[in-house]
Structure formats: C-alpha cells, structure tokens
Design a protein around this ligand. Structure first.
Ligand code: NAG
Ligand code: NAG
Ligand code: NAG
Ligand code: NAG
Ligand code: NAG
Ligand code: NAG
Ligand code: NAG
Ligand code: NAG
Ligand code: NAG
Ligand code: NAG
Length: 761
C-alpha cells in the first residue's frame, strides 16, 4: 500500500505528449481534496508494466503509465471499485505497436479488453485463454496473424457464466487482421464458441480465414444477432442449419468464395435486417422463402451466379431500403410485384443480368427511390412514363439495354436527378428539350436513334458533360466511316468542331450504326441565330437572337478559315460536302466551328481538283439549297462544291433570307437576288436587322459631325457590298468562276479591318 493523491474528477483522456504536461494539466483541472490509501495489486501493476514493455516506441499515451500515478489511474485502465483489480483495458485507436504481451493473461479480473485499431502484430497470445472473466474482446484493425488460439474456448467457457449473470453483450471482434489459415482448421474455432450460449456478436471480417462454414454454426447460441465474416476466403456451401440462428439480424459474408445455393432455410430468419451475400459463388435460384424476411432492410446478392427469375415473393419484404441483385445471371422480366416495395429508397440495382421483358409501369410506385440501376440487362420496350413519379430519383442508369421509343416527357418531374444515362439503347425521336431544365451533372445519350437538333440549355451548357451527337441511319452507306473519323480526329483547327471520338457497330436489328462525338458548343448552331426558330410545341418561346454586323463577319471569316484548312492545309484535300448554317456551331465566345463531317470526302493528291472515287460522287447528297449545282448534274466532288455552299451561307447570313425562302421561284434564287442588287441597291437585300444597326449609326450623328458620320455609313455600306460580292462570286453557277476559299478568307479579313476602322472612327 502507498499513499497517493486522489482526484475528485476522472483523469482526462491523456492525449498529451509528455508526462510532465499530463501531470500539470491533471493538477490544474482537478481540485486536490486529500490523500487516501489505495490498495494496490502488485501482479496487475507488474503485468501492465510488462504489457507496456512489449510495445514498440513511440508509446504515446502509455507514457502516463509510470510509478507516480496509481495504475488504476493510468490511461485506459479501469479497476474494480473495491479490489482495485484491472477490469477494463481500453487502448483502442492509440497508434500502439508491438506484440500483445503474454502477461496479459495475468489480468484475471479483466472483463473488457479493447485493443482495436492499433498496430499490434504477431499472434494472439494463448494466455488470453486465462482471462476467464472476459466478456468483450476487441482486437480488430491490427496486424495480428496466426491462428485463433484454441485456448480461447477455455476463457469463453468461463465467460459464459459471467455474461449470463451480468446479462451483457459478448462480442468477439477480431476483424481486419490477417488471422486465419488452413493449418489450424480455418473456421473450426467457431465450434469452440458453441458453448458461449450468450454470444450475440461475432465479427471476423477482413481476415484470411479459409475453409467451410462449419455445420456447428447451427449450435451457436440462438442469441447470436450479428455474424460478420466478410472479406475472408471462406468456401464451400452455406449450411441450411443457418436457419436455426433465429435471432440473427445481420448476416454479412460478402467477398468470400461461398458456393452452392442460398438455402431456403434462410427464410426462417424472421428478424434478419441485413443480408449481404455478395461476391461469392452462389448459384441456382433465389429462394422464394426470402419473401418471409419482412424485417429485411438491406438485401445484397450482387456479383454471384444466381439464375432463374427474380422471385415475386420478394415483394413481401416491405421494409427493404436497398435491393442489390446486380451482376448475376438472373433472367425473365422484373416482376411488377417488386415495384410494390414502396420502402425502397437507397437504391435498387438490377444491372448486369440477363433480364428481358419490359420495365414494369409499376416502377412509378417507387416514390422514395434514390437510384435505379438497370444498365446492361436486356430490358426492352418503351420507358414507362410512370418513371416520372419516382420523384426522389437522383441516379438513373438505363444504358446498354434495348429501350425504344421516345424519352417520356414525364422525366421532367425528376427534379432531383443528377445522373441520367440512356446510352446505347434504341431510343428515337428528338432529344427532349425538357432535359435542359434538369439539374444534371452527367447525361449519357450516345448510341441511340435520336434525330434533330440538340437542346442548348441546362446540362447541355455544362465544364464536364460531353454531349454526344448520335448515330444517324443516313450514314449507312459510308464505307470508310471509321477511318475517315480517325483522320478527322487528327485534323485540328480552331474553327473545326473537335471530334472527341467515333463509334460504329451493329444494332439489334443488324443495322450498322455510326456515331460521332463532338465537343459541345454552348451557343448552338448558326442557323438558330439567323432565323427565328419556332420548332416544336415543347420548346418554350425564345427571344429572337440577333447577330450584329461584326459578329456575322467574324463568323464568315471563321468558316472560311476552316474550309481553307480543309481544302489547302491538310495532307489530303478534304471536301466537307455539307456546309450549311445548321452545321456551323458557335462556342461561348461566338467563335464559329464547322461541324458534322458526315459526308466528308478525302481527295487523293493526284486528283486534287477532281473526283475521289467515281462511285462516291453519286452518293453525295448534301443538303438542298446548299449543294453545288454541278453535283446535281452528276458532277464530281471537289473543293469548288464547298465554296458554292459557303457562298450561299454568306448570302444567307447577310441577307437574312433562307435559300429556300418562298420568294425564290421562277428561276430566282439567292445568288441572283443578291447579285442584282450590287452595288447600288445593296440596302434592298441586306438583313433588316443589319440595316437598322447601320441606320442607328447614321442617325446618332449630329450636325457638326455629320460629314464624318456620312463617311462612316458609306464605309460600312462599302464593306457590305464587298461581303455580298464575295458571297455572289463564291456561289457562281460555274465552278471555275468561284474563288479559292483561301482568297475569300484573306479578302474578308481586309474587309474586317476596314469595317473596324470605320466603326471606331
Ligand atoms: C504472468 O503469468 C506468467 C505465466 O503466464 C508468469 O510467468 C509471469 O511471471 C506472470 N507475471 C506477473 C507479473 O505476475
Ligand atoms: C483509428 O486510429 C487512428 C489513429 O491511429 C484514428 O485517427 C482513427 O480515427 C481511428 N479510427 C477509428 C474508427 O476509431
Ligand atoms: C481501421 O483502420 C483503418 C485505417 O487506419 C481506419 O480507416 C478504420 O477506421 C479503422 N477501423 C476501426 C474500426 O477502427
Ligand atoms: C462445451 O461444454 C462442454 C460441457 O458443458 C464441454 O464438455 C465441452 O468441451 C465444451 N466445448 C468446448 C469447445 O469448449
Ligand atoms: C449440435 O448440438 C447438438 C445437441 O444440441 C449435438 O447433437 C450436435 O452434435 C451438435 N452439432 C455440432 C456440429 O456440434
Ligand atoms: C473458390 O471455390 C472454387 C470451388 O468452389 C475453387 O475452384 C476456386 O479456386 C476458389 N477460388 C478461390 C479464389 O479460392
Ligand atoms: C415462408 O415462405 C414460404 C414460401 O414463400 C411459405 O410457404 C411459408 O409459409 C413462409 N413461412 C412463414 C413463417 O411465413
Ligand atoms: C440469357 O437468357 C436467354 C434466354 O432468355 C438464354 O438463351 C441465354 O443463354 C442467357 N444468357 C446467359 C449468359 O445466361
Ligand atoms: C444543382 O445541383 C448542384 C449539385 O448537385 C447543387 O449544388 C445546386 O444547388 C443544384 N441547383 C438547383 C437549381 O437545384
Ligand atoms: C453512360 O454509359 C456508358 C456505357 O456504360 C458509358 O460509356 C458512358 O460513359 C456513360 N455516360 C455518362 C455520361 O455517364
């Protein structure tokens, strides 16, 4: 016995570095109220010092284990109030390393030993078997290895009595070590626990246990509520006697190598809340008895080899929050009954199975569901519009299936949706504009049969999303599509839309499909800026968008630069063949990029000014109104054809008239219309918006400076005449009369300079 100071309050958790600071803090924060004799057990004191001596440095909190303080005040030590024997040793998460000293076996009053989340290595000393009062043993998250000492069964025998009497939880927590090994019979230690009639929690995940789950598991106490043996190397089947563990609430064996069927006796586990059988080799069918598990909240059977149909009885699991059947060989349709599990909220994952049939329209009952994963199955038919009732949905993965028809507009109700992937289906129609209104962080639409323009707002404006321009059947005949795309991938110009990738394949009906994936352009197509678009009913009314004179000129120069690059600066001259305002895309700075190389032709050097391939010239369709007249007459593909289209494009940009305007009848066309106005009547043909812009400049002039401003207006008009003239010459009937686009680009740059000077006068 010795005299020691005693403290009114409990010592601090001593997360301090040194002894001296520790003591000072203890004294400062606690009032010393007197001295008292405290009994001391020399065995416990020496045992703890031996335990400390077997640790590797740094000692951390164990610095407090010194002779100045009574061992019952040492960090992590709790003693019985009277006998002052150590009853609890709790040193979890203290960064301790070294071995667990065999002397631990001398702490015979120990009830709780918690060494979890440290770096103890080597084996569990067999002397732990001496701790016959032990009730709680946490050794998880260390680097222990070797077998579970069989002596543990001795200590458990005695503990049972104690636990029984104290009515306390008995936990064996030895997870996340390297325990196990076949040499000691793998999981047979489980059988040593069968006398532990109060065992409630058995956790040994993340070890290296091999071998079968022994039959004796059935003799484990029916008090067992937690069985967690995930991430080991357990093999063999799951014994049907598992059904005896009627109080089981969590059964977690993910990440082992368990095979055979899921025993139907599993349906007896009426209190089961979480069942994780994923990543094993379970095969055969999911037992119908699972429908008995009415308390089940998590069910994961993912990544097994389960076959057959999804049992409709699962619909009786009305507490399920999470259903994961992904990565099996399940077949047949998803039973509509499954969609009655309205509790489902976390996620439902059916992906990567061999499912067929339609997505049941009852899916709309899953009003709480946060994520639905259906990718990579063979589900077909239309996407049910009821899906729009799943208003809590955040992630919807439907890619790699056989969905067809339109994207239902009801999906616009999914206000919380973040990720939507519909790639690689057979969806058709327009890409619905409502998608703009969803707050998506990711959208996959590639490899469908969509047509028409891509919406330009919302997600389509987004740092991260690559909008995919999709396969179009009209390319069907292009033989060397992929090699052309490969070539396009290698051509780079600031005024060409960057082709990110190209895809080709065969759809379920045996049709070839081909898709180009372009860089996304925020401001959409030039066509939409030139002509007020009132296209579809679902499109909300948009304010007319207008480009000013300088913007139009810049765009004309951008397009000419791109053509110049294609025609004159690539290894092989490239003819675009489909130049028109809807193939010119505008980025966030209104810089123009030429896109859609679907009809592009490569011209071998030798035939630079003439045909590529005699057979290809007849397949050139181009677009009505922009295609050069000689193509219509069976003429050869050449760069002159592009220049014609370019001329029409320029005229369209500056006159604001479509090539197809109803005024162009009886032999009148855009070319003749513009040509006739040169040069005096120019204001008769210029887009009225541009005229207003010019007149604005004129009327803003006051009397004093009117002369200068008249000059300015005249200069601007001269520029307009020059621009229109470029358009007229480029769209000449006869190919030889057209200019080389390099000269056009150069001329337009000169005009640009003059215009800037005039405007800034
Ligand atoms: C602890 O027990 C071992 C036997 O397991 C014994 O050799 C050792 O001396 C004991 N230590 C103390 C401090 O009593
Ligand atoms: C495990 O221990 C480390 C310190 O070694 C600590 O940072 C971490 O929070 C601990 N983890 C848990 C779950 O207690
Ligand atoms: C186990 O250790 C890892 C890594 O230090 C840590 O992230 C985890 O929280 C620990 N778990 C427990 C239960 O202490
Ligand atoms: C279980 O207890 C019985 C006596 O009740 C004993 O004979 C048997 O050896 C114990 N089993 C184990 C594994 O300790
Ligand atoms: C389980 O316990 C019963 C008695 O309750 C016994 O007959 C049987 O042999 C035990 N089975 C195993 C595998 O230990
Ligand atoms: C899993 O078990 C099967 C037999 O069921 C065996 O052939 C296979 O080697 C095991 N795999 C591993 C990784 O242990
Ligand atoms: C368990 O499920 C089976 C098959 O679905 C059924 O026949 C049986 O009545 C169920 N048992 C209970 C206790 O609900
Ligand atoms: C998928 O199911 C079909 C029948 O629906 C069957 O013919 C096919 O073999 C199954 N494929 C796999 C990989 O199980
Ligand atoms: C859109 O989603 C982001 C991130 O998911 C969130 O921060 C933002 O508030 C959302 N915006 C709207 C309008 O819901
Ligand atoms: C959509 O799914 C496809 C196929 O799994 C994948 O390649 C693509 O990256 C996904 N798209 C998005 C935007 O997540």
């Amino acid at each position: 016995m010795e005299l020691l100071l005693s403290f009114r309050c409990r010592p601090f958790p001593l997360a301090f570095g040194s002894v001296s600071s520790l003591i000072i803090i203890s004294f400062l924060s606690c009032s010393v109220f007197g001295a008292k004799r405290i009994p001391r057990n020399e065995t416990d004191r020496l045992t703890l010092l031996e335990f400390k001596a077997s640790l590797s440095y740094p000692l951390g909190v164990l610095r407090s284990w010194n002779t100045i303080i009574h061992y019952c005040q040492w960090y992590g030590v709790t003693c019985g109030p009277r006998h002052r024997r150590v009853t609890v040793l709790d040193l979890q998460s203290q960064n301790l390393g070294g071995i667990i000293s065999p002397s631990i076996g001398n702490l015979t009053f120990l009830r709780v030993l918690n060494l979890q989340n440290n770096s103890f290595h080597s084996r569990i000393p067999p002397e732990v078997g001496h701790l016959y009062r032990l009730r709680v043993l946490h050794l998880n998250n260390n680097s222990l290895d070797g077998p579970i000492p069989p002596s543990l069964s001795r200590c458990f025998n005695l503990v049972i009595l104690h636990v029984n009497k104290m009515n306390e939880l008995f936990t064996v927590g030895i997870a996340n070590n390297h325990l196990g090994g076949q040499q000691v019979g793998g999981l047979n230690f489980l059988c040593t626990l069968t006398n532990s009639t109060k065992l409630e929690s058995l956790q040994f995940k993340l070890n290296n246990f091999e071998g079968n789950i022994p039959e004796c598991i059935s003799n484990m106490s029916t008090t067992l509520m937690t069985f967690s043996s995930g991430e080991n190397m357990i093999s063999g089947g799951l014994p049907g006697t598992i059904g005896n563990l009627i109080n089981l609430e969590l059964f977690f064996v993910e990440g082992n190598n368990i095979s055979g069927n899921i025993p139907s006796e599993i349906g007896n586990l009426a209190r089961l809340k979480q069942l994780y059988l994923g990543r094993n080799e379970f095969s055969e069918e999911i037992p119908h008895t699972m429908g008995n598990l009415s308390k089940l909240i998590h069910l994961s059977l993912r990544s097994n080899s389960l076959q057959g149909a999804i049992p409709s009885s699962l619909s009786k699991c009305q507490s399920l929050l999470l259903l994961d059947l992904a990565g099996n060989k399940l077949s047949g349709a998803i039973p509509p009954e499954i969609m009655e599990i309205s509790s489902l909220s976390i996620y439902a994952d059916f992906s990567s199975n061999n499912l067929t049939g339609k997505l049941p329209m009852e899916v709309g009952n899953l009003k709480n569901l946060g994520a639905l994963l259906l990718q990579d199955t063979r589900i077909s038919g239309e996407i049910p519009s009821s899906l729009g009732s799943c208003i809590m949905m955040e992630n919807l993965y439907m890619q790699d299936n056989l969905f067809e028809g339109l994207i239902p507009s009801t999906l616009s109700n999914l206000k919380g949706i973040q990720e939507l992937n519909l790639s690689n289906n057979m969806l058709s129609g327009k890409i619905s504009k409502f998608l703009e209104g969803l707050n998506l962080t990711s959208l996959g639409l590639a490899l469908n049969e969509f047509e028409g323009a891509i919406p330009i707002g919302g997600v389509f404006r987004n740092t991260v999303v690559a909008v995919k321009v999709l396969n179009l059947m009209r390319y069907g005949a292009a033989k060397s599509f992929i090699s052309e795309c490969e070539a396009l991938r290698n051509i780079r110009h600031r005024n060409l839309v960057k082709v990110i990738t190209a895809c080709s394949g065969t759809d379920s009906q045996g049709n070839d499909f081909k898709a180009l994936i372009y860089e996304f352009m925020v401001n959409g197509i030039l066509d939409g800026w030139l002509h007020l678009v009132v296209e579809t009913i679902e499109m909300e009314e948009e304010a007319p968008r207008q480009l000013n004179l300088l913007q139009r000129l810049n765009i004309a120069i951008d397009v000419a630069s791109a053509l110049d690059y294609l025609h004159n600066q690539c290894n092989v001259p490239i003819v675009h063949c489909d130049l028109k305002p809807s193939n010119v895309l505008l980025d966030d700075e209104m810089t123009a990029h030429e896109g859609d190389f679907g009809l592009v032709r490569f011209m071998p050097e030798a035939t630079k000014e003439s045909v590529v391939d005699p057979s290809s010239s007849i397949s050139v369709k181009g677009s009505f109104g922009y295609i050069a007249p000689e193509y219509g007459a069976g003429g050869d593909v050449s760069t002159h054809g592009d220049v014609y289209s370019y001329g029409i494009l320029v005229l369209e940009m500056f006159t604001g008239k479509r090539r197809t305007d109803e005024m162009f009848t009886d032999g009148l066309n855009l070319h003749l219309f513009a040509n006739a106005a040169l040069p005096e009547q120019i204001s008769q043909v210029i887009d009225s918006f541009l005229l207003q812009e010019c007149r604005g400049m004129e009327s803003s002039s006051n009397n004093i400076r009117s002369r200068r401003h008249r000059n300015k207006f005249q200069k601007i008009q001269e520029c307009l005449v020059s621009i229109i003239r470029q358009g007229v010459v480029c769209s000449s009937e006869c190919p030889q009369d057209r200019m080389n686009v390099a000269d056009v680009a150069a001329t337009l740059r000169v005009i640009q300079k003059e215009l800037l000077q005039a405007v800034n006068q």
